[in-house]
Design a protein around this ligand. Structure first.
Ligand SMILES: NC(=O)c1ccc[n+]([C@@H]2O[C@H](COP(=O)([O-])OP(=O)(O)OC[C@H]3O[C@@H](n4cnc5c(N)ncnc54)[C@H](OP(=O)(O)O)[C@@H]3O)[C@@H](O)[C@H]2O)c1
Length: 223
């Protein structure tokens, strides 16, 4: 039977050489207008998802602040080994804004309990890495999530691309160059273009800042 899955939209800002962060972890690539666009995306979805490294490195709130919005999306952190500290802002504010951590049975049970004490919903999956198709299905069924914005980082995006779970990409290409660092997609990779899921360019927007282009791509599916 086919699983009902939420629509998955990936939004990232990359350097000219395709990095979402420099070798030092610096990742503030977006101009103010691009940040506003990101908040518009957040306001348009049921959930916002990030990987554990992004949560640990950036400690983001993942809330809609720069545009008007009547509600906040659920925050979802994918953390197979439960490495996120309980001092993170998403944990500390979990009583006010629903926050879900997706983890595996390899994670420490006491840590899961500690997060639950802070009102974080902890969902434990049987495999590591987590089967993200199953995880998306459970977000849909249990939390009524029909649209998700994935903000990164590269490892999480690879996990989703590998399972062909991404429906749309908004890629802001900025004019800075890092030369090394974390790529937009970080993983084992595909050997050829044939192996990669295919995306069609829907539109290209030239940002008023004069230094960014936003490429909107949609997944081409045969059925
Ligand atoms: N420029 C931008 O738009 C942008 C946006 C977001 C982030 N970033 C930057 O990206 C960098 C982080 O990227 P990253 O690639 O290192 O890390 P990441 O994708 O944020 O997090 C990777 C971690 O997520 C967990 N994970 C992902 N897929 C999983 C799966 N299928 N099953 C279980 N766990 C899974 C794993 O945690 P465990 O190890 O606990 O299993 C993995 O180690 C940061 O520097 C951040 O600032 C930039």
């Amino acid at each position: 039977m086919r699983m009902r899955l939420p629509k998955v939209k990936v939004v990232s800002a990359v350097s000219l050489d395709g990095k979402i962060a420099s070798r030092t972890g610096y990742s503030k690539l977006s101009c103010p207008e691009d940040l506003r666009r990101l908040h518009l995306h957040r306001a348009s979805v049921d959930a916002v998802m990030i990987g554990a490294n992004t949560a640990i490195r950036d400690d983001p709130m993942l809330t809609v602040r720069l545009v008007p919005s009547e509600r906040q999306p659920i925050r979802v952190i994918v953390d197979g080994l439960l490495r996120i500290p309980t001092t993170l802002r998403v944990v500390k504010t979990a009583r006010e804004i629903p926050t879900v951590v997706l983890t595996s049975n390899r994670a420490d049970r006491a840590k899961a309990e500690e997060l639950r004490q802070s009102s974080v919903q902890v969902e434990i999956f049987d495999t590591y890495p987590i089967d993200l198709r199953e995880a998306l299905h459970s977000l849909r069924e249990k939390y009524n999530v029909s649209s998700i914005l994935v903000e990164g980082g590269g490892t999480l995006i690879w996990s989703l691309i590998r399972q062909d779970l991404v429906d749309e990409i908004y890629l802001t290409v900025t004019s800075c160059i890092f030369g090394s660092g974390t790529s937009f997609v970080e993983g084992e990779g595909f050997a050829t273009c044939e192996d990669s899921p295919k995306f069609r360019v829907k539109s290209v927007l030239f940002c008023s800042c004069g230094r960014e282009v936003v490429i909107h791509l949609i997944r081409e599916r045969s059925t």
